[in-house]
Write a protein that binds this ligand. Structure first.
Ligand code: DSN
Length: 433
């Protein structure tokens, strides 16, 4: 038998553990799961095939798996206050595909927030299944970066979508589900909320729940909910009244429509994270995530009503997102480059970064720590001044190579990294010594 320590993979996991412990993980869709979530995820449940649903499996030997999946469904129903919960989708994109298949026929019209306004690929973006197999119409945000409901209403009335998505991935404001409902009702569309980014904030009472206003909800489980990678689909009372067959339609879309056997270890880990989210301590966590984001945003000269900050870097130069992401990474701070509304540069080399507080808050960092972190971020951003993206596309390849070398050799960034590592190393990470 090969010892686990002899495997190259475990050496690489140790390398990644070091990165996760000594760096500041600020991608707003990431988090640190608890030791119990890790235990369930790494369990023998991965050995079992269980196509179908509890009580209706294609293979034998699923007595315990049925109990686990029923338990996960019950916890989700209790946590969100809905009559139906399905926990088998491998992740957010297949879950959104299952919902779309259940609600629409191929070519039907689906409407969602455009990617450049902070939407999601599966809500009707170019090259996604949602615009290849369905007819996608995108609404957007206005000059104030907030959803333009006038445009949404005009587009809805013109195109009469079958499904309207309300959900975001880079939107720092609260959502008004009632306004979406009103427009969906005008055109008799099914309203689906993709709350993946803000689930934890909804559970914590920081954001309003969409349950009273939408028909179906999808959330990934690995973001602010702090579970394993995966997704949950919920149907509300309103959704069931609209279509009493909707649960069966979504189930059929999941299997045999899209997936095969469920990932039972993942289902169990989702159940563990739902148990954790039902505890009073989770509410405290969610409130702290939002407080930390508000402080961080203020320190960086912007606002956040959520867990994330979308920071325009136009004051530092043209097309600075990539340079900022790379420089911050060199300094031990992980964020992602992001387009900003009305993107003046390019989707590949955009003008902003997206960063957030869910993972830092899970490590116990507080508001005063956000002030310190904002200080490091501002110091890093000073170092990229003058490294503007060339306007001519053909000059970009060489430019990016040179920029990476320059940033890599920058002594001030190396100094910041030392300070960041000393600071971050003091905060524990579950599952990492
Ligand atoms: N990739 C996710 C995010 O980072 O927001 C969305 O699916």
């Amino acid at each position: 038998m090969v010892s686990s320590m002899a495997s190259k993979v475990f050496k690489l996991i140790a390398e990644e553990a070091r990165r996760q412990k000594y760096g500041l993980e600020m991608i707003p869709s990431e988090n640190y799961v608890s030791s119990n979530v890790l235990r369930a995820l790494g369990s023998i449940l991965t050995n079992k095939y269980s196509e179908g649903f509890p009580g209706r499996r294609y293979y034998g030997g699923n007595e315990v798996i049925d109990k686990i999946e029923n338990y996960a469904q019950d916890l989700a129903k209790k946590l969100f206050g809905v009559p139906v919960a399905l926990v088998q989708s491998y992740s957010g994109s297949p879950a959104n595909m299952a919902i779309t298949m259940a609600v629409c026929n191929p070519r039907d019209i689906v409407m969602g927030l455009s990617l450049s306004s902070g939407g999601h690929l599966t809500h009707g973006a170019h090259l996604s299944f949602s615009s290849i197999f369905y007819t996608a119409v995108n609404y957007s945000v206005g000059k104030d970066w907030k959803i333009d409901f006038e445009e949404l209403e005009t587009l809805a009335k013109k195109h009469k979508p079958k499904l309207i998505w309300v959900g975001t991935t880079a939107y720092p404001f609260k959502l008004d589900y009632k306004k979406f409902r009103k427009i969906a009702d005008m055109v008799d569309a099914t309203l689906v909320a993709d709350i993946s980014h803000i689930t934890g904030l909804i559970i914590g009472g920081v954001h309003t729940s969409p349950v009273p206003d939408v028909d179906i909800i999808m959330t990934t489980t690995h973001k602010t909910l702090r579970g394993p990678r995966g997704a949950i689909i919920l149907v509300t009372e309103r959704g069931l009244a609209r279509d009493p067959e909707i649960k069966a339609k979504i189930e059929r879309a999941i299997i045999p429509g899209i997936q095969g056997g469920p990932h039972n270890h993942q289902t169990a880990a989702i159940a563990v994270s739902l148990e954790e989210a039902l505890r009073p301590s989770f509410k405290k966590y969610a409130i702290a995530v939002a407080k930390n984001a508000a402080v961080l945003a203020k320190e960086l000269g912007t606002v956040s009503e959520t867990h994330l900050i979308l920071l325009s870097l136009t004051k530092y130069g043209y097309g600075m997102g990539y340079q900022a992401q790379y420089a911050l990474e060199e300094a031990g701070i992980t964020v992602n480059k992001n387009t900003i509304p009305g993107e003046p540069a390019s989707p590949f080399y955009p003008s902003g970064i997206r960063l957030g507080t869910p993972a830092l808050t899970s490590r116990g960092m507080k508001e005063e720590d956000m002030v310190r972190i904002a200080g490091w971020i501002k110091r890093v951003l000073e170092e990229i001044k003058g490294l503007d993206l060339p306007k001519k596309q053909e000059e970009r390849k060489d430019f990016l190579k040179e920029v990476k070398e320059k940033i890599h050799e920058n002594k001030n960034l190396k100094q910041i990294r030392k300070e960041v590592e000393k600071f971050a190393g003091k905060f524990p990470v579950p599952g990492i010594q």
